[in-house]
Design a protein around this ligand. Structure first.
Ligand code: GLU
Ligand code: MG
Length: 442
């Protein structure tokens, strides 16, 4: 993203013939929202005078106190490349403020900023590199999404097998133009599945980039007659969509996870951070894996984790330490999926890791074996806990974890209540599986 001042933006709106500015923000449950203002309002918009009715936003304020203000972050100014190039559309990512000028506690971007300030006060910058997976499916005659693909390609395959190749290329080019750096893009294991890896950035920029990324993928897929979904597990017998998060702590541009003389060339800080992640990963699951369907991905056999364990290159573990060392040293958390609210997920991961640092926790021994093949008795004997198996279990775990509840702040309970409601809605359905299994047998 750029480093624009207000003056730069006023000038660019004029010079680039920008007619609309979308003021964007993300709600508590990870939904991207926006209000478009016309170019004539850009001064007011930059001064934080654009209002919203918070009571109409899920998980936000009550109707009696609903006025809120959008304060744009000038560094996030970007032209939406997929909108018309005459009378252009730009966007600004905003923070939400209360009428008394204080930041709104239920604004996910504000929650992450608060966590990042806490890390900074300890001397750390939190860097994050997300790997985003998604499916590109066909639509039916009425334009509705299906789970069909005529793509027959697999991991790292290339055209003409890979029908989404064109869309992937357009997404990468559009994002690069908007200042989002892309590291790699490729076809993933399942037919119709793709991955795009964003270059690591400070966690706030990374979360902003993820929201931009999802919008770009959905929009450009639709332009090409496809439907993009980040649903964690759309197909029972195929790999799900993960969002692996590569994390490290930096100080003055130096990666503090690297230590030439440390065990596995990892610093003590890195080991403590990993221990903190393992300690809390079961309870921040409600944030990193936020929907009922998330838990259908966290099963053995599809390179998604099920157990709270770490390893060097073992893809069945929750945390992996990918090969590069030096500035590239990082811990890859493999549980998150792309349905998550990245602001809340990153705030929780950071708080978990830093809790490990503050308490000087030691991680358990790294696990080399295939965790999918390990019998439950062996897992128990080794003291390896399992990730929650449902959204309900994850929400219960979150509610009893002080570190995670505190990092979310006053809106933690609102989040938990929203997720519990979602679970109740699911729990009270009678599915086809139940009818097939029980109708004749009971
Ligand atoms: N799709 C897998 C998941 O659900 C990950 C595959 C990979 O290792 O990139 O997390
Ligand atoms: Mg992948």
């Amino acid at each position: 993203m750029g480093t624009y001042s207000k003056e730069d933006i006023l000038r660019l709106v004029e010079e680039e013939d920008i007619q609309f500015i979308r003021m964007q923000f993300t709600d508590l449950f990870g939904q991207l929202k926006n209000v478009a203002v016309t170019a004539s309002q850009i001064g007011r918009a930059l001064d934080g005078e654009i209002m919203l009715d918070g009571s109409s936003i899920q998980g936000s304020v009550r109707v009696e106190e609903s006025d809120q203000y959008l304060r744009p972050d000038p560094a996030t100014f970007a032209i939406l490349t997929w909108r018309p190039q005459y009378g252009k559309v730009a966007r600004l990512i905003c923070d939400i403020y209360n009428p008394d000028g204080t930041p709104f506690d239920g604004d996910p971007r504000n929650i992450l900023k608060r966590a990042l300030r806490q890390a900074k006060s300890m001397g750390y910058d939190f860097h994050v590199g997300p790997e985003l997976e998604f499916f590109l499916f066909q639509t039916d005659e009425e334009g509705r999404p299906t789970v069909k693909t005529s793509d027959k390609a697999g991991y790292f395959d290339l055209g003409p097998l890979d029908l989404g190749e064109g869309t992937r290329r357009e997404v990468v080019l559009a994002l690069e133009k908007m200042g989002v750096e892309i590291e790699a893009s490729h076809h993933e294991t399942a037919a119709g599945q793709h991955e795009i890896d964003l270059k690591y950035a400070d966690a706030l920029t990374a979360a902003d980039n993820i929201m931009t990324f999802k919008l770009a993928v959905k929009t450009l897929a639709q332009k090409n007659g496809l439907y993009a979904t980040f649903m964690p597990k759309p197909l029972r017998d195929a790999a799900g969509n993960g969002m692996h998060v590569n994390m490290s702590l930096f100080q003055d541009g130096r990666n503090l996870f690297y230590d030439e003389s440390g065990e596995r060339k990892l610093s003590l800080l890195a080991r403590q951070f990993i221990a903190g992640l393992l300690e809390h990963a079961g309870s921040f699951c409600a944030l990193t894996n936020p929907v009922v369907n998330s838990y259908k991905r966290l099963i053995p056999g599809y390179e998604a984790p099920c157990c709270l364990a770490w390893s060097e290159s073992n893809r069945s573990a929750l945390i992996r330490i990918p090969d590069p060392r030096g500035q590239g040293t990082r811990a890859e958390l493999r549980s998150p999926d792309t349905a998550c609210n990245p602001y809340l997920a990153f705030a929780a991961c950071l708080a978990a890791g830093l809790d490990g640092v503050t308490r000087g926790l030691t991680p358990p021994p790294a696990v080399a074996g295939n965790l999918y093949a390990m019998p439950l008795e062996e897992l128990a004997a080794r003291g390896i806990r399992r990730l929650p198996v449902s959204l309900d279990a994850a929400v219960c775990a979150m509610e009893t974890d002080k570190v995670i509840m505190e990092v979310l702040g006053p809106y933690a309970a609102r989040y938990a209540a929203g997720k519990r409601q979602e679970w109740e809605e699911y729990r009270t359905q009678v599915s086809q599986w139940e009818l097939d299994r029980y109708l004749a047998n009971c």
